[in-house]
Design a protein around this ligand. Structure first.
Ligand code: NAP
Length: 471
């Protein structure tokens, strides 16, 4: 998503000498990798689109994953980006030496660049659970982002570990196909209800005829999303936050009939403390006779299935690990070496640090899209990347105009930002008592803790006094 965006915007800005490296053989990032049954985006499709490439053909308000993958491939082709991507080239190292970035790929290719932009995504590296005996399982076992299409599911006994956005979508999609679906829940999740109506042919035709309408819908959705959601989660006591909590509570009370199951599904923390799960049909799915919510902790995996602490063996043919991602990895395992041999891995040993999520002190002319401490979660990461890229291109412009040869955030500005965002994070709903991928090793939310409007404002123009510019 952000690599295609970068290529389009670089070209628009008049840059022609650039290369895009992609380790896979197709574009699409998260939408290429997540092919599990039921995969969809819970950001409205007309918002989850590039602002400059609206799509009149979205089938639903929240469209399924394969449609989103097709959209990115289509935009890449239409804007002439795909043919300039170097597929199958995984960058393993980039080092700032002699005033330029030296790149190496796994296949041995070497390249040199003035500027490097890491458009490598956030939720990318599967988090494999440390469950005893996992390797002993005799059936098929895979992470949700490594779906094995060769494994039959129909009429089989399927176990799903995890209750995040991914697991919820898998359960809803599979329950009617399998003989038995066991959902292993370590922590219950609040579920925000959300209807997902299809767009009629007449509506799609109208979108095609009227591009201004599509732009208006995009901007309106963005505004509503910021007001009602993004700005709510950063102020745990806001009235909008109370509305979200109320909607989740009413969903649980109104949808789950069996009081025992209802209590098992009731989280012990506040809604949106973890990344809010949005689903039109999860409660319905988990109440079907084929489904079982297993809230007893997993003791170990055995050849025949999952044994829970109460001694019961849940016999399974397939075990899906919907256990999330290592959200602090970013472009790693790529080795990034900055000025004077500083290694990013060492600088980030405790936690990723960056100024405004785009620049790292000591790493000149190196920028990140959707890097550490940016807005994540229920935002449209496309909008985030567009704003960040527009900001980064203003810094790159300093280089092109010859105002300096090297530009990177100062250590002081980065430290100030880190202290301020850590302080602001205390007010967010993410710190109200839950475990989640938003929290770093110290339990501090690693995402943007202010409003989306403030993010937009910060991204509108770099404050140059926060940057070291080497002539
Ligand atoms: P996730 O939200 O991190 O959830 C991981 C789940 O696995 C949690 O329920 C976690 O339990 C459980 N888990 C992890 N390790 C475990 C272990 N050792 N034993 C038992 N359970 C374990 O991951 P995700 O569902 O893949 O979602 C990640 C993010 O991707 C989402 O938050 C969202 O931002 C994005 N996403 C979006 C969509 C969408 O747009 N619809 C769909 C999918 C994903 P605990 O809660 O106890 O830690």
């Amino acid at each position: 998503m952000s690599g295609i965006l970068t290529a389009i915007k670089l070209r628009e800005a008049g840059f022609t000498d650039f290369a895009i490296y992609e380790k896979a053989d197709r574009p699409g990032g998260t939408w290429r990798e997540n092919r599990y049954p039921g995969v969809a985006c819970d950001v409205p499709s007309h918002l989850y689109s590039y602002s400059f490439a609206p799509n009149p053909g979205w089938s639903h308000v929240y469209s399924p994953g394969p449609e989103i993958q097709a959209y990115f491939e289509d935009v890449g082709r239409r804007y002439g980006v795909t043919e300039s991507v170097r597929f199958g080239e995984e960058v393993t190292r980039c080092a700032f030496e002699g005033g330029r970035w030296q790149l190496e790929t796994r296949s041995g290719t070497r390249d040199e660049a003035d500027v490097v932009i890491a458009a490598t995504g956030v939720l990318h590296h599967p988090n494999l659970p440390d469950i005893d005996g996992l390797a002993d399982f005799a059936g098929a076992c895979f992470h949700s982002a490594r779906w094995d299409d060769a494994v039959p599911l129909d009429g089989r006994r399927v176990g799903v570990v995890g209750t995040g956005s991914t697991a919820v979508q898998i359960v809803s999609a599979l329950v009617d196909r399998v003989a038995r679906l066991s959902l292993f829940q370590r922590t219950a999740q609040w579920i925000m209800p959300q209807q997902n109506p299809p767009y009629s042919e007449a509506e799609q035709a109208e979108f095609r005829r009227n591009p201004a309408l599509l732009r208006h819908i995009h901007d309106e959705l963005s505004r509503l999303f910021a007001e009602n959601f993004s700005n709510a989660v950063v102020d745990a006591e806001s009235p909008q936050m109370k509305l979200i909590e109320e909607a989740c509570r009413a969903n649980l009370e109104g949808s789950v009939r069996d009081p025992v199951l209802r209590e098992k599904l009731r989280p012990s923390y506040r809604a949106a403390c973890k990344r809010l799960v949005i689903s039109p049909d999860f409660y319905e799915a988990i109440q079907k006779p084929e489904a079982e919510l297993v809230s007893e902790p997993i003791q170990r995996v055995e050849a025949g299935g999952v044994r829970t602490r109460d001694g019961r063996l849940h016999e399974l043919d397939v075990l899906v690990l919907a256990t999330g991602f290592r959200a602090d990895r970013f472009m790693r395992p790529m080795q990034v070496v900055g000025r004077e041999g500083t290694r990013l891995d060492e600088l980030w040993a405790e936690r990723p640090i960056a100024y405004l999520s785009v620049s790292v002190p000591g790493f000149p002319n190196f920028f990140m899209l959707n890097g550490p401490n940016g807005p994540v979660g229920n935002f449209s990461l496309i909008e985030v990347a567009e704003l960040q890229l527009a900001y980064i291109l203003q810094l790159v412009e300093l280089l092109r105009a010859g105002r300096c040869r090297e530009v990177s955030a100062t250590a002081e500005a980065t430290e100030r930002f880190d202290v301020a965002r850590t302080e602001a994070a205390k007010k967010t709903v993410w710190t109200t008592g839950c475990r989640s991928w938003y929290l770093d090793a110290r339990g501090i939310p690693a995402s943007w803790p202010w409003t989306f409007d403030r993010f937009r404002e910060e991204m509108s123009r770099p404050r140059l006094d926060a940057y070291e510019q080497v002539p």
